[in-house]
Ligand binder design. Structure first.
Ligand SMILES: Nc1nc2c(ncn2[C@@H]2O[C@H](COP(=O)(O)OP(=O)(O)OP(=O)(O)O)[C@@H](O)[C@H]2O)c(=O)[nH]1
Ligand SMILES: [Mg+2]
Length: 311
């Protein structure tokens, strides 16, 4: 038997490309989510047959080192926004991502910034379910391999260095809660940390899996993926688990500053292929980096998901 989720999560946010709220597996809900993906699959069918390692050339960036770090990344989103969605079969990005970026207004950017940074604070840290905060507000979880950049991304969303980050994989070993306006953000221990004892790694994994699949107030999970590696087998396992349980989630490609713009387009194409049969995975793919790329977009996506369920 499937667990029963919060009633307010059950509606289908037709106005949004996010799959937030689709937790039941009735045939109507299933049709609702797959319709989005079918539209996506149809419009990308011509790309499927092409080699994802050879995406169409994005506009050329300046060759100077400074521009390689800055403008090339900023222009990834500008390129999406400027691209005509009706010809988006030529873009190695889900049309939903292009539509999403195009729909963002400056006012919404400001609102999303305020939504996440107002009253941003550390709330609680826990290694056991009974000590978790009350399930009284929508929660957004961040999961991914050790060192993928979960804590760094949380700090960027909150605009405050609240979460501890480190070069040492396995830094976050507890579930850490942060308040952001009227929602909670959850920083989870990373998986795939080879240097920790096997028993500890198994315990963390069990704890995270149980949390993700039983937490009633969990609205949405961001699966962070290192953009240099793309979706690994371990990431795919987590995505499959979230799909099996009907839990809304999306992929966030981190550390994009380490890639050239062309490499970003390659990983976007590959990611799109990997998630296209994941019914509860949002067709919007987020790309982030420590210099702020994609943080606004992710804030806006989460804020829309929260608002579509009327907090
Ligand atoms: N270049 C670059 N480095 C990043 C980025 N995000 C995080 N890092 C670095 O990656 C390392 C790991 O970041 P964390 O945020 O601690 O990673 P984590 O996923 O929380 O790691 P665990 O807590 O061990 O699971 C740190 O040295 C960060 O500075 C990014 O977007 N770009
Ligand atoms: Mg961490």
């Amino acid at each position: 038997m499937k667990r029963v989720r919060m009633p307010m999560l059950r509606c289908c946010p037709r106005s949004s490309s996010w799959s937030a709220g689709l937790s039941c597996t009735s045939s109507s809900s299933w049709r609702c989510i797959t319709a989005t993906n079918l539209r996506f699959a149809r419009s990308t069918s011509s790309i499927t047959s092409s080699n994802p390692a050879q995406p169409p050339a994005p506009p050329k960036a300046s060759s100077s080192a400074a521009n390689r770090k800055g403008k090339k990344l900023a222009s990834v989103f500008q390129y999406f926004a400027a691209h005509d969605p009706s010809s988006s079969t030529a873009l190695p990005v889900p049309p939903a991502t292009v539509d999403f970026v195009r729909s963002i207004t400056d006012e919404e950017r400001k609102a999303a910034h305020a939504f996440f940074t107002k009253n941003a604070a550390f709330l609680a840290s826990s290694v056991a379910a009974p000590n978790l905060p009350a399930e009284d507000q929508p929660e957004f979880a961040f999961v991914g391999r050790s060192n993928v950049g979960k804590s760094s991304l949380l700090n960027a969303l909150l605009s405050k260095p609240l979460a501890r980050t480190s070069n040492t994989p396995g830094r976050t070993q507890t579930i850490n809660y942060y308040q952001a306006g009227s929602v909670k953000l959850v920083d989870l221990p990373g998986y795939g940390y080879a240097k920790a004892p096997v028993r500890i790694v198994r315990e963390w994994q069990q704890f995270v899996n149980t949390f993700l699949t039983t937490r009633k107030s969990l609205y949405n999970t961001s699966v962070l993926v290192d953009s240099r590696r793309g979706i690994t087998d371990k990431d795919a396992e987590v995505i499959q688990m979230l799909n099996t349980h009907g839990l809304p989630h999306q992929v966030v490609l981190t550390k994009a500053d380490k890639l050239s713009r062309r490499e970003i387009f390659v990983v976007l194409a590959e990611t799109k292929e990997r998630i296209k049969r994941s019914p509860f995975c949002s067709p919007i793919i987020y790309i982030t980096s420590k210099d702020g790329l994609g943080v606004d977009e992710l804030r806006i996506g989460l804020m829309r998901a929260a608002k579509s369920n009327q907090i």
